[in-house]
Design a protein around this ligand. Structure first.
Ligand code: SF4
Ligand code: SF4
Ligand code: SF4
Length: 309
């Protein structure tokens, strides 16, 4: 019998649902095993029919998101947090840095497109106090981060969820699929604000350029370093960073840069703190990250920093 699948789309950009459609032939393989009974982009179904698997894109930002999340959770046997927004808050998780009223003031009173300063007080769902990953509200059975996750991992994760005899997901870092070589080098300086390097075969870290590949979970097959751009960690942290409370993106990279090219740890640490909005962009709204004893994201990237920068 086919497994039934229901999907929902909360506060996200729709990219994760587009990636679902983008599964192409892999989707056809999956469709042999499953029937999609609800999906905002694939099926015209407004209610929440019972289903075996629920797939949720996006973070919880509004009252509507929360209601929809509870409805889909109540209608399915197992739930997948699909994409970095659902798993960690994702790019919209930057709202976690600000109070709800500050966001309204910035958009509806000081924003360039709303000179009248009117807030949308009726006819739209109200905002929650902050942006939160979905497991802050409901139990999650499978986490599939990625912005969006690569179809390869979506297909593998769903196959394994539907049939546990199929191989599960690996937990390697992006470096596992990157062809660049890490090399010890002397006399390398930290290169600020760089995302491309001179040597196409050499690891960015060995060139003094911050690449988050070694501290990011591989749910993408490393497309960025393969085309010459340093990884910004859109799939969220690697398992090492997630599971050890005393390790974070900053401390891990500082250690690696010092060992590879002698850049003092404090230089890398302070560069990453000054640019925390970039280097913690995808997972800052997740308590797994902001509750780490080593992490002070509001101090590094919060409103007082924005006001002075
Ligand atoms: S994870 Fe990325 S692609 Fe998916 S909804 Fe969020 S921003 Fe869009
Ligand atoms: S740190 Fe970046 S460039 Fe270096 S091996 Fe890992 S993904 Fe590739
Ligand atoms: S290489 Fe890094 S930034 Fe690029 S898709 Fe993968 S995780 Fe995201």
């Amino acid at each position: 019998m086919k497994a039934t699948v229901s999907t929902e789309w909360l506060s996200g950009c729709s990219g994760c649902h587009v990636a679902l459609v983008d599964l192409h032939e892999k989707l056809f393989g999956l469709l042999d095993d499953m029937e999609i009974v609800r999906s905002p982009v694939l099926v015209d179904q407004k209610t929440y029919p019972k289903a075996n698997v629920g797939i949720v894109e996006g973070a919880v930002r509004s009252e509507h998101d929360l209601e929809a999340l509870h409805k889909i959770r109540g209608s399915v046997d197992v739930l997948v947090a699909y994409g970095t927004c659902a798993v960690y808050g994702g790019p919209s998780g930057v709202g976690w840095l600000y109070r709800k009223d500050d966001v309204f003031d910035a958009v509806y009173e000081r924003g360039p497109t709303n000179a009248g300063g009117e807030r949308p007080d009726s006819g739209v769902p109200s905002l929650e106090e902050s942006v939160r990953p979905i497991d802050e509200y409901v139990p999650v059975d499978l986490y599939l981060p990625g912005c969006p996750p690569h179809p390869f991992f979506v297909a593998a994760g769903l196959h394994n969820l539907l049939d546990s005899s199929k191989p599960g997901l690996t937990h390697r870092s992006v470096c596992a699929d990157c062809n660049r070589k890490m090399q010890k080098r002397a006399g390398v300086q930290l290169v600020p604000a760089a995302v491309v390097g001179d040597d196409p075969d050499l690891c960015f870290l060995s060139q003094g350029i911050i690449c988050l590949g070694s501290v990011s979970l591989n749910r993408c097959l490393a497309p960025c370093p393969k085309i010459g751009v340093a990884c910004t960690g859109c799939a969220g942290p690697s398992l090492d960073v997630l599971t050890d409370p005393n390790r974070d993106t900053r401390t891990e990279l500082a250690e690696r840069m010092e060992k590879l090219c002698g850049i003092p740890r404090k230089d890398t640490v302070s560069y990453l703190e000054m640019n925390a909005n970039t280097f913690f962009a995808y997972a800052m709204a997740s308590p797994t990250i902001y509750k780490k004893p080593t992490v002070e994201i509001r101090e590094w990237a919060g409103p007082s920093q924005a006001a002075t920068s």
